[in-house]
Design a protein around this ligand. Structure first.
Ligand code: ZN
Length: 131
């Protein structure tokens, strides 16, 4: 589904109630960007100059730089992707962003909230799956 923002209805997914909201990401682009975001936070951030710490956090600014270069999108787009993600895969806190689960790099999300995800969700993958 598309995501966007409306002066009257606020941030929305699909269509806003008044129908006048502006779409910021159509469903196709949203899907691509989410997939890429998962990739850089879970697997291959390094290839794009993004440092992911041992708890899985990366600086939002770093991620935005890459998203801007690659997809021409900004902070609001990223926030909408995180907010409306069906599986709640991402979280943003204190200027940092991380994937909550599914890493192939060594991180320990159990040190803070969101770490109670069963180990069976962890799997390895390669950058080719995310292009
Ligand atoms: Zn509206």
């Amino acid at each position: 589904m598309d995501v966007g923002i409306c002066k009257r209805c606020g941030e929305f997914e699909g269509r806003c109630e008044c129908g006048k909201g502006r779409i910021l990401l159509n469903s196709e682009k949203r899907r691509k960007v989410s997939k890429f975001l998962s990739g850089i936070l879970r697997h291959f951030g390094e290839e794009f100059g993004i440092e992911v710490d041992e708890e899985g956090w990366a600086r939002v600014e770093d991620v935005l730089r890459v998203l801007k270069e690659r997809y021409g999108i900004g902070r609001k787009h990223l926030e909408l992707i995180v907010k409306f993600d069906k599986k709640e895969r991402f979280e943003i806190r204190n200027g940092k962003i991380r994937a909550k689960y599914g890493h192939s790099i060594a991180v320990n999300t159990a040190w803070s909230e969101g770490g109670d995800i069963p180990a069976k969700l962890y799997h390895a993958t390669s950058p080719e799956n995310f292009v």
